[in-house]
Design a protein around this ligand. Structure first.
Ligand SMILES: Cc1cc2nc3c(=O)[nH]c(=O)nc-3n(C[C@H](O)[C@H](O)[C@H](O)COP(=O)(O)OP(=O)(O)OC[C@H]3O[C@@H](n4cnc5c(N)ncnc54)[C@H](O)[C@@H]3O)c2cc1C
Length: 463
């Protein structure tokens, strides 16, 4: 019996999941005859549908429904929950750690393969801004989105119960850096949620909350074009959101965000969504990289000059053959990532069968963005929409795109229910510390304390 062709897919995001899913279909016979096998190595057992993260942060979709369980979808693949640390492509081996290797203390393990699909995506591109690494949060994962939701509501609870105006102001100031769709949608959805939530506080008004969007260039949402970007700025400013164009975050030490225009904003919330860079693994693959650190690919989605290696998505520099200018590469977005996986899987199957490969060609169709409940902006196939129609289109588009019928049905059910009932307004931040209650119960009783607290009602000025 011949040895099976071992296909290793690194990453279980858009590219990893869709490539493995399409390969399952393309290589049905080979997988059944055991002449091919597919292994997916990914740190999480799920794929995250990132465009739904802002709605998850707003509480319109529950966190479980923005992720897709890989074991269920990729039922003919072997799923390894772990992290690839390096590759030796000449020897066709990947070095990785899994939860078990960490538990056993055995160090890293090697995995041999014949064909490599490298799709570790991107991470936030940070700059050496003082205090950024210690105080800011990103917005790329479901953990960050839910953590941020809990944090915002918690800040409102702090502001409502403090008697110190400085603490109150800092708690109610939210600074977002980066005006792409991740930053704008996250800010717009959270502001909308917090505005609604404020009505349930006896001493908070929506106007007390200060939302600031800091963008280094002179526009936001470049994905929807200049005109719609200007509309988005007007929409946000109309909601009292402070949009600062041509401005950079200079520092965020000691809970003060200092902007390049000299503004100092005491705040406990700095959200960094200013651009992405390839995942750190890419530098440890030995594969050719471009000046932005992405893997250099051909239009056939092979790694340039390297046999049996394929790449796509945010970590790959794929030539945009539809662009007029030579040397243009595809932007890092889901629109390209998903379409690339179709060509990628077909090309892998074709190469195994000795058939010719195809080029990836897709001209950018435009984009849709939500600016909160019933508000949005869109520029798709030359059509410009704003307000409710754009928001509706955003929902319809993403409902059609979120993987699996199961997730589509659940998300639709949630949207329907949230139209009938009031929004959820609680912070479940304590979920991040599930043992806290038990630790308190198990701890010895504290020694009695002497000083009695000052009189007064929480949230009212001391006097
Ligand atoms: C908030 C937000 C909203 C967005 N909205 C839109 C939108 O509306 N439209 C649009 O077109 N695009 C959108 N995007 C961008 C889109 O989500 C990305 O372009 C897309 O996810 C890229 O796919 P990918 O497979 O390359 O990376 P990812 O989907 O990020 O997947 C990478 C995977 O690799 C794994 N990985 C990383 N390192 C390793 C390692 N060392 N070993 C093993 N696995 C590893 C990661 O854990 C992850 O599972 C949005 C992004 C964000 C953050």
């Amino acid at each position: 019996m011949t040895e099976p062709v071992r296909i290793l897919v690194v990453g279980g995001g858009y590219v990893g999941m869709y490539t493995a899913l399409r390969l399952q279909r393309q290589l049905k016979a080979e997988l059944r005859d055991r002449t091919a096998e597919i292994t997916v190595v990914t740190p999480e057992p799920y794929m995250t549908y990132q465009p739904f993260l802002p709605e998850a942060a707003a509480g319109s979709i529950s966190p479980r429904h923005v992720v897709v369980p890989l074991r269920r979808v990729l039922d003919r693949c072997r799923i390894v929950i772990g992290e690839v640390h390096s590759l030796d492509h000449a020897k066709r081996t990947a070095t990785l750690s899994t939860l078990a290797t960490e538990e056993e203390g055995t160090g890293h393990v090697r995995l041999a393969y014949d064909e490599l699909v490298i799709a570790p995506g991107s991470v936030s591109r940070t700059l050496p801004v003082p205090g950024l690494a210690d105080h800011a949060i990103g917005f790329k994962t479901v953990e960050e989105a839910i953590g941020l939701r809990n944090h915002v509501i918690e800040q409102m609870d702090i502001a409502s119960s403090t008697r110190d105006p400085a603490i109150r102001d800092a708690a109610l100031t939210f600074v977002f850096v980066g005006g792409g769709y991740a930053g704008v949608e996250a800010l717009a959805e959270l502001e909308d949620m917090a505005r609604y939530t404020a009505r349930y506080y006896h001493n908070l008004k929506p106007e007390d909350l200060r939302w600031v969007l800091v963008e280094a260039t002179d526009r936001i949402l470049p994905e929807v074009g200049e005109e719609m970007g200007r509309y988005a700025i007007r929409e946000l400013r109309g909601r009292n959101i402070d949009v600062r164009l041509g401005t950079r975050l200079e520092s965020c030490e000691n809970r003060v965000a200092v902007l390049s225009d000299g503004t100092r904003l005491p705040t406990r919330t700095v959200v960094w969504t200013a651009s992405v860079r390839p995942a750190p693994l890419v530098a440890a693959t030995g594969l050719p990289r471009d000046e932005r650190g992405r893997i250099v690919c051909t239009a056939r989605l092979t790694v340039d000059g390297v046999d049996h290696a394929w790449a796509a998505g945010d970590a790959a520099a794929v030539p945009d053959v539809t662009a007029g200018e030579p040397g243009t590469t595809c932007a890092p977005n889901a629109q390209h990532a998903v379409r690339q996986t179709k060509v990628l899987a077909e090309n892998i199957a074709a190469s195994l069968r000795g058939q010719p490969l195809k080029d990836y060609a897709h001209s950018y169709a435009g984009s849709v963005a939500s600016l909160g409940l019933h508000k949005g902006v869109a520029h798709v196939y030359g059509r410009k929409l704003k307000g409710y129609p754009a928001w509706f289109m955003h929902r319809a588009y993403h409902l059609s795109r979120v993987p699996t019928f199961n997730r589509k049905a659940r998300v639709l059910a949630e949207w329907t229910l949230s139209g009938l009932f009031k929004r959820e307004i609680v912070s479940l931040g304590s979920l991040e510390h599930p043992r806290a209650e038990f630790e308190l119960a198990a701890a010895p009783p504290p020694a009695p304390k002497d000083p009695s607290p000052p009189d007064g009602t929480p949230g009212e000025p001391a006097g």
